[in-house]
Ligand binder design. Structure first.
Ligand code: G3P
Length: 218
């Protein structure tokens, strides 16, 4: 059980890794939190630093989620085994709960990074990485929903919100265990709440499309 605690701390620290902030500092000597939407995520990096840095931040932030879940799978490979748990405990369900908690901690880390005074991004790329590692079909289907909305609207935030809404529906449709369904609901609500400023802009029609700057820079 102490290993579970380690996995949770590692998930939070992995999620906290400030990829976008580092990109801003290294490439242009700027604090990404002071420009554009103020988010440290790939969209704001794309908008501020360009396509290459945006793509790198997207991949690295996604990998943070993959690694957090891969780490807990690795822990499961040698502990705990069923004989360490009471016989009434279903090991598979127990592992699903663990993976769910690890995923939520990684999401939290990305947007409330310990390295950035508890701010950060909107947890979209990290959530996608978690989903791909949790259940690749759900991950790919979520990415497809995102891609369809991007193709139609060219607005990343709207597409992210659509993806967040799709996750619990996909978890249910693909008969995933209860913890994963709850992950989809909790993670989805959290990601949508992180987009409050975007929702305001969407409602007033000033949310920028890909390639556009924000009308009111932060
Ligand atoms: O991935 C975050 C995206 O959905 C919105 O980012 O910078 O436009 O607020 P941003």
């Amino acid at each position: 059980f102490s290993l579970c605690g380690v996995a949770l701390v590692i998930a939070y620290l992995l999620g906290s890794f400030p990829t976008g902030y580092i990109a801003g500092k290294v490439l242009q000597g700027i604090d990404i939190r002071e420009v554009g939407s103020g988010s440290t995520g790939a969209t704001n990096v794309l908008r501020t630093l360009g396509k290459g840095p945006g793509a790198v931040v997207l991949v690295v932030d996604c990998l943070k989620g993959v690694l957090a879940i891969a780490f807990v799978y690795w822990l499961f490979s040698f502990a705990p085994t069923q004989n360490l748990l009471p016989s009434t405990v279903n090991i598979q369900l127990w592992q699903s709960w663990m993976i769910t908690l690890v995923g939520l901690l990684a999401i939290l880390g990305h947007s409330k990074s310990i390295f950035l005074g508890f701010c950060g991004g909107k947890s979209v790329a990290t959530s996608l990485g978690i989903l791909l590692a949790m259940n690749w079909q759900v991950g790919l289907a979520t990415a497809a929903v995102f891609a369809v909305f991007i193709a139609i609207s060219r607005i990343v935030s709207l597409s992210s919100i659509a993806g967040a809404i799709a996750v619990p529906i996909l978890m249910l449709t693909l008969h995933q265990p209860l913890p994963y369904i709850l992950f989809g609901i909790a993670g989805g609500i959290y990601v949508i709440l992180r987009h409050r400023a975007n929702i305001q802009r969407l409602l007033t029609g000033i949310e920028p499309k890909i390639g556009q700057k924000l009308a009111t820079e932060k």
